[in-house]
Ligand binder design. Structure first.
Ligand SMILES: CC(C)(COP(=O)(O)OP(=O)(O)OC[C@H]1O[C@@H](n2cnc3c(N)ncnc32)[C@H](O)[C@@H]1OP(=O)(O)O)[C@@H](O)C(=O)NCCC(=O)NCCS
Length: 192
């Protein structure tokens, strides 16, 4: 789906734009995917694994998500550059359509500027606008205190742990924590 674009001001005074991805964002998105993979161990990709992302693949991805009824991607643009993005997706299967998965990442230059908070407000609004969705779900890797702080601030709580879910190149094993945030609704609205 396409989201309505809007601007806001970062904590350091710069202007940011949030909107759905467009074809003109493809190169910026590829740069962001590669750069962000090298800036933190808390994403699931290493830079050398980013070769699977191609301009054609991003074009197809943007088109699919923008035309989907069950997915949205939001990009955040600061000074003409992709600072990061987030996604929400769910499916239409009766037993699982109440669950929406979300994910987010920003380039390091833009951490702690309030972008994550603003993007999550938008993801929550999208979830609330879709009456089948009863909970948002995400994972974070052990040690990612910034992400955990953001998610708890936005109403998520830890519900489980994937033991040793991640193994870094140096052999370090890290747990992955599962979180959910319930969307409160009158009980009748989610019945098939
Ligand atoms: C995690 C991430 C998405 C957060 O986005 P962000 O824009 O930096 O977050 P915000 O600035 O909106 O909010 C971060 C909050 O965490 C707090 N915080 C920052 N560092 C912290 C730390 N080390 N420990 C605890 N809290 C911390 C900030 O004070 C802020 O809270 P506040 O708004 O109440 O002051 C972003 O930092 C990022 O992309 N990191 C790398 C990729 C990643 O980890 N993605 C998530 C994978 S699960």
């Amino acid at each position: 789906m396409i989201v309505n674009e809007f601007e806001f001001t970062l904590k350091d005074g710069r202007k940011a734009l949030i909107r759905s991805p467009r074809e003109e964002d493809i190169q910026g998105m590829l740069n962001y995917l590669y750069q962000s993979a090298g800036e933190t161990d808390f994403l699931l990709r290493y830079p050398e694994e980013c070769g699977r992302y191609t301009a054609e693949g991003e074009k197809e991805l943007f088109e699919r998500i923008n035309h989907s009824d069950t997915e949205a991607m939001l990009v955040c643009i600061v000074e003409g550059k992709i600072a990061g993005n987030c996604q929400i997706s769910w499916n239409n299967r009766i037993k699982t359509r109440h669950r929406a998965g979300v994910a987010i990442a920003l380039l390091k230059d833009y951490w702690n500027q309030g972008i994550g908070t603003r993007l999550f407000e938008e993801l929550i609004r999208i979830a609330e606008d879709h009456e089948n969705i009863l909970q948002m779900e995400l994972e974070f890797i052990e040690g990612n205190t910034r992400a955990r702080a953001l998610y708890e601030k936005m109403g998520f709580r830890i519900t489980g742990v994937g033991v040793n879910a991640v193994r870094l190149k140096d052999g370090t094993l890290l747990n992955e924590y599962h979180m959910i945030r319930e969307i409160r609704r009158p009980i009748a609205t989610h019945k098939p």
